[in-house]
Design a protein around this ligand. Sequence first.
Ligand SMILES: NC(=O)c1ccc[n+]([C@@H]2O[C@H](COP(=O)([O-])OP(=O)(O)OC[C@H]3O[C@@H](n4cnc5c(N)ncnc54)[C@H](O)[C@@H]3O)[C@@H](O)[C@H]2O)c1
Ligand SMILES: [Zn+2]
Length: 373
Amino acid sequence: MQRAHVYIRTPALSYPVVVGTRLSSELPALLDEAGFPPHVALITSAPLAALHAGSIEQAVQRSGRSVTRILIPDGEAAKSTESYLAALGGLTKVGSPDGTGILALGGGAVSDLAGFVAGTYRRGIPYAIIPTTLLAQVDSSIGGKVAVNLSEGKNLLGLFYHPRLVLSDVTLLSSLPARQLASGMAEVIKYGLIADAGLADDLERDADRILAKDADALASVVSRCVAIKAEVVGEDPYDDVAGSGRRAILNFGHTIGHAIEAACGYENLLHGEAIAIGMLAAVEISHRLGIVPRDITGRVKAALDRYSLPTRIDASMGCSIESIIHHMKFDKKFRDGVHRFVVLERIGSARLDARVGPELIREVLADRGAPRG
Ligand SMILES: NC(=O)c1ccc[n+]([C@@H]2O[C@H](COP(=O)([O-])OP(=O)(O)OC[C@H]3O[C@@H](n4cnc5c(N)ncnc54)[C@H](O)[C@@H]3O)[C@@H](O)[C@H]2O)c1
Ligand SMILES: [Zn+2]
């Protein structure tokens, strides 16, 4: 079985992301190495607790630590301000004030909330993440961004706060619904496209094994994605738009994808589904700018199809070209009507391009089936 340790290095600290199978046996030693406190607040949702909390709690107890469960709402509802305050309330009742750390068990919604709680309670207490979705293993658990939502918008209340440890056990994905796995695959395909042509090839070759959740295939995919994000985050730890801009390439497919999510409604499309459409649109834009040949568009579409990801906006999604363009104007990288848009240079490499404006985006969205208006 594969086991990979990738280190995230930030100016302030360095910590391991351990990727593999059946990792709960290693949790006690890893908590010790991370200098984790004696009392552990396990933040998770009820469905995830029923599936996976028992073995994790036993492993924490084997390390000589006490563990108290704090249940939060499932899915995006975890990131409400009400849920944040309720979790803080639960935390005040755990252990001694100086000796408590948070362990987040769940997808990106749980770890975004748990990390925000950890970063703000008593000016910051240690935390660790056990991500349970593919998206969380390859993306949201890496990079230190934590946030809750306000009624005015997603992730408006947030900060950079890194965990001391990320334990990415691909065995936990065995219970993940196929649609959620596919949504995570959109991010995986993104890493192949922007940074690793070998990964892109393997995703095509090993699709059957990945879709069947073969543990070795998943561990290989997750560890390679984590390594890419770790490298990019290490170069641009605070997503500094004015700085190297390195982290911006992770936004490939996201400028249009985020706008599609917002315009079509978060209840209609999962994040990765919107990103899949956004990535294909970005590849098409790269082709129209003369950067990549036509056959690359076909290859990317085939890869997205292979993982059952959408590549078109159909009328039932309830969003028009103009509603998508409208939401794009809120993107923080939209400047003076011109996007610093991430284009594909070739399979395995992406860069920013300033030539992409709303007109080109409108044309490509129309090609993807989006209704005008
Ligand atoms: N911090 C970051 O850098 C970052 C990056 C990307 C996304 N995000 C955030 O992540 C969130 C989305 O995260 P997500 O896609 O992981 O979804 P999620 O956390 O909302 O989970 C989706 C659903 O899958 C279920 N689930 C999770 N793991 C499961 C398992 N192993 N078996 C069965 N069911 C399981 C959950 O109970 C939930 O119902 C969004 O809020 C987004 O803003 C954050
Ligand atoms: Zn994303």
